[in-house]
Design a protein around this ligand. Structure first.
Ligand code: ADP
Ligand code: MG
Length: 335
């Protein structure tokens, strides 16, 4: 089967006032149709840059190398006409902060209908009928079609965004911190909704979050990013429970319980910040924060290596420690 999304050695370098900012530095993964992948990592690790690259939404002047194949089409070289079609029917993105992407002066039903009219060439009447159906599917009262964005709660607005993402029946949805701004109860509802909708329609899902527990609960596979690279990649429950890379271990220790509000605000066990991509440490970029750092970690570049079947991690310790590293994980949680 042809993968739905195939990213091969992606590098994305922004141009900043201080020079080059290598935000993504050699990232590869593929996603089968209907498969779900979570991308985790703290703020600044390059997650949103990957999402923007897939839909070619990066600022002009940004340098992109590597290959992104979406349903057999090469995203980086396709024409703008093709790209416009792909942006709705091929793949769509649900961002954080739905309020800012909804037009305050247009009614909800009209906004959901807009891409359908534009891309599926349906009449206004047919598109609005479809918009109302979509609203019902995402659990919004259909009379809300006549409401304006400010009349809806945060959770309802996020449902509108999901309805819009589904409007042209995409094969892939990228949800970038789509539930992060919501309170915990609503977050759980919206996550459940996304999970159900993608499963029912066989939609591929790339869900991005700094909260590993959310991803473990929603996605079959998990990729953990650090400083623009994947440092761990494997089956989500296993990675969440027994990560091999010390960064992934620290991240799962920081979010032990799905949707726990206290944990969300105050992740523990992870002191310091990820590095500035314009000023990366030598060797393994995590070594300055790593609780199990070794002498050679500041001088040795580590790529992803097999840890288990279907499971890779980029840590020098993975080689000599292919048995579960639960002692390290516990030590990390207690610091
Ligand atoms: P994440 O989504 O994981 O928080 P981002 O992909 O947003 O990470 O950002 C990765 C890095 O790229 C950060 O250091 C960020 O400051 C930088 N960056 C993001 N967008 C731009 C931009 N338009 N111009 C310059 N640097 C950017
Ligand atoms: Mg982001």
């Amino acid at each position: 089967m042809m993968p739905l999304l195939e990213i091969d050695d992606l590098h994305v370098t922004y141009r900043g006032s201080r020079g080059a900012i290598p935000a993504v530095r050699g990232l590869s993964f593929s996603l089968e149709p209907g498969e779900t992948l979570g991308l985790a990592g703290e703020s600044g690790c390059g997650k949103s840059t990957v999402a923007a690259a897939v839909l070619r939404l990066l600022p002009a002047g940004t340098e992109v190398t590597g290959r992104i194949m979406l349903d057999g089409d090469d995203v980086l070289t396709m024409t703008f006409g093709k790209l416009r079609a792909v942006r709705w029917a091929g793949a769509s993105i649900v961002f954080q902060g739905a309020m800012h992407s909804l037009n305050p002066v247009h009614r909800i039903g009209q906004q959901i209908a807009e891409p359908i009219i534009l891309h599926e060439k349906l009449s206004h009447e047919a598109a609005e009928k479809r918009a109302v159906e979509l609203m019902a599917q995402v659990g919004l009262p259909t009379w809300r079609a006549r409401s304006y964005p400010h009349q809806l709660s945060g959770g309802q607005r996020q449902r509108v965004m999901i309805a819009m993402a589904l409007a042209c029946s995409p094969k892939l949805i990228i949800a970038d911190e789509a539930t992060t701004a919501l309170d915990v109860m609503i977050q759980a509802q919206v996550l459940k909704l996304i999970k159900t909708l993608v499963a029912e329609r066989d939609i591929g899902l790339v869900m991005i979050s700094h909260d590993l527990s959310v991803l473990a609960d929603t996605c079959r596979r998990l990729g953990v990013m650090y400083a623009g690279k994947l440092v761990e990649h494997g089956p989500s429950h296993e990675v969440f429970a027994a990560a091999r890379h010390p960064y992934a271990q620290a991240l799962s220790a920081a979010f032990p319980t799905v949707g726990d509000p206290a944990e969300r605000r105050n992740p523990h066990g992870l002191a310091g910040d990820p590095p500035d991509p314009a000023d990366l440490p030598t060797g393994c970029p995590f070594h300055p924060r790593c609780p199990v750092v070794m002498a050679e970690c500041d001088s040795t570049t580590v790529e992803l290596r097999p840890a288990r079947p279907d499971w890779q991690a980029a840590c020098l310790r993975v080689e000599d420690n292919s048995a579960p590293t639960s002692t390290t994980a516990m030590a990390l949680g207690e610091t």
